[in-house]
Ligand binder design. Sequence first.
Ligand code: NAD
Length: 497
Amino acid sequence: MSLIQHLINGELVNDSGRSADVYNPSTGQVIHQVPLASRETIQQAIDSAKAAFPAWRNTPPAKRAQVMFRFKQLLEQNEARISQLISEEHGKTLEDAAGELKRGIENVEYACSAPEILKGEYSRNVGPNIDAWSDFQPLGVVAGITPFNFPAMVPLWMYPLAIVCGNCFILKPSERDPSSTLLIAQLLQEAGLPKGVLSVVHGDKGAVDALIEAPEVKALSFVGSTPIAEYIYSEATKRGKRVQALGGAKNHAVLMPDADLDNAVSALMGAAYGSCGERCMAISVAVCVGDQVADALIAKLVPQIKALKIGAGTSCGLDMGPLVSAQARDKVSGYIEDGVSSGAELVVDGRGLSVSGHEDGFFLGGCLFDRVTPQMRIYKEEIFGPVLCIVRVNSLEAAMQLINDHEYGNGTCIFTRDGEAARLFCDEIEVGMVGVNVPLPVPVAYHSFGGWKRSLFGDLHAYGPDGVRFYTRRKAITQRWPQRASHEASQFAFPSL
Ligand code: NAD
């Protein structure tokens, strides 16, 4: 069993303080220890970032981008190694791990366009001999706190862009699956990033609180559950920091009577059960417009859920691995019991699944509930497991009302062949990311990612153009160079043309 290290000022650093167990969820065994950084360790990372900032902010954006080009190559060359580490500690399948890495690399590609995205805006002759421009300047030391469910992709939403914008970044990844995140950061060092521009410190609440309280940290990006997102947003904004805090979700898919049901079922299977339902964009509620749609959907889903290929994430050709921890599996099982006792119909029960050769793994089979109502806990709360709930309604308007009344507003989608229904849905649904016949509408890197309502605290979404805004501040410069021979008299009225 090895002790994972921090990456501070370009060096791997041991920590003699507290530590936590890292499991392989497929075997149920502890495979590593991860240090939980003390305030002193966090301060070391902050000091190294502060020291690196003056030179990095003055490094031409094209040179910063060159580091990202090399980083992209290294990530692609190391895809198998990174996917293996993700799968070993998270439990997701190797194909799924490679998929999250590819979506992360998209953000590195976007960061490669640093000279273009930082060009600023220029206006000549805004007045006599006067020119004006807006500069995008870096904030300084910024930090990111990330969840367990995308240990490669979510950190890559943050630091490539923050860094090419000229900032120095401190990453506090999830303590549950930190190895792939650390390896990826080491590859960025190998790509030529100067020491101190990126540090990775492992830890729990203590490390996060130290980042919130440090005056040197100018902005915080957070992705995780809603209670922690809200805590970080309120504590950090109180201290004058810029914050984007992305939280939990309950994503609904609406099935209209005219939907192409076979394709909708294939899409729903992947979106509800892929990654064992541990995705913030997972579909956890299917809203069927009409009983006929619900009955037909269930008839098609049940055999496919029962046929899900479930096993150790690192084996090939699987649909689903285990949940991340024994606590996560027990929490999801608790929701299943709660759903049954509150009157929902448990059509497929995935509890009690045993995977041969992996009897101690944190496995749970796919579950399906029918006749779920908005009052039930399994409808209101984020389960974050392989559980799909069917809610029956009579009209598109009722489906939309249901979604708009929910506290979360991360993602949603509609399956239909009716353009008018799709257009109404896109216009009026109170959700940040919407799919039309697309079950997981995760925006590509050159758009931005973010939910509405209690799925996001802050004004700017993650990555893409909003990410550039988040990691820079504007400076408006107005400059006059009078012609030598001219002399202008004092003007006491407010300047205008
Ligand atoms: P989590 O909130 O438990 O942890 C997220 C991060 O916060 C981790 O780095 C963790 O160490 C830290 N943390 C945990 N407790 C803390 C505390 N009390 N104070 C300060 N920091 C604390 O989330 P998770 O279980 O790792 O991830 C799953 C959650 O993340 C789900 O709710 C999921 O919907 C959400 N998520 C959201 C998005 C999105 O884009 N909206 C993306 C991925 C995951």
